[in-house]
Write a protein that binds this ligand. Structure first.
Ligand code: CA
Length: 233
């Protein structure tokens, strides 16, 4: 993927920092859009097509952590935090936020751009591989590799991070029965701390979301074995 295809969202309330970041990213061929407020960034992310978000922790309306949590309710976009305080790093690295990386201020914008490239390289090839089978004509599900989102009958599904990972795993190989263990390994960062029941719970919410778009049954339960994805017979 060439950088020029990637679109980066920046939420930073200090214009001079934002300008430096934008300059470095543009030099590397990225498209960037900058917003001063968390709320603006959130609205743009809901509407626009972004590949990665760079978010300052200290923002005037609400902080970067809250913004991240709101984003995670509908998107799996990679997130890099900008922070001025070392005591924020523990929270950034905490699993509940699902952030991909952070840089501490003051930082080198070129270094930040390098991190962006690394994350995008890590994210897109693996997702592209899993997307191939879903492109068959019979699949009503389409994985958008760049935005890390899934469309069902052309409608974008609003999925949590775990639901997204579960569905994209099933989508890798329609008809294959995946055990709960395999699904947990794919979707959880610490599968050993999760219960089989957790998979069932997320499958249940996933089914409900799919049903809102189309009544067909897609996810099948195989008693004692696991789950599989099947498209109309
Ligand atoms: Ca700030």
């Amino acid at each position: 993927m060439s950088n020029s295809q990637a679109n980066i969202l920046i939420v930073e309330d200090e214009p001079s920092i934002a300008d430096n970041v934008k300059f470095a990213l543009q030099l590397d061929g990225f498209d960037c859009q900058h917003f001063l407020l968390a709320e603006e960034g959130l609205n743009q992310l809901k509407e626009g097509c972004f590949d990665l978000a760079i978010i300052d922790v200290g923002l005037p309306d609400y902080n970067g952590f809250e913004l991240c949590k709101k984003i995670r309710q509908f998107s799996n976009i990679p997130i890099i935090f900008l922070t001025a305080r070392s005591d924020e790093i523990d929270r950034i690295l905490g699993l509940e936020l699902g952030a991909d990386d952070y840089v501490t201020k003051p930082f080198s914008p070129r270094e930040l751009s390098t991190r962006v490239k690394t994350i995008l390289r890590r994210v897109s090839p693996s997702v592209e591989k899993t997307a191939a089978p879903s492109k068959s004509k019979t699949s009503p599900l389409q994985l958008d590799t760049k935005r890390a989102c899934i469309f069902y009958h052309q409608e974008q599904l609003v999925l949590t991070r775990i639901e997204f990972l579960l569905l994209s795993t099933l989508l890798q190989s329609p008809e294959q029965v995946f055990s709960r263990e395999q699904l947990m390994t794919a979707a959880w960062e610490n599968p050993e701390h999760s219960l089989d029941r957790a998979v069932d719970t997320h499958i249940k919410t996933l089914r409900a979301k799919l049903k809102l778009v189309h009544p067909d049954q897609l996810i099948y339960t195989h008693r004692g074995l696991g789950y599989s994805l099947r498209f109309g017979q």
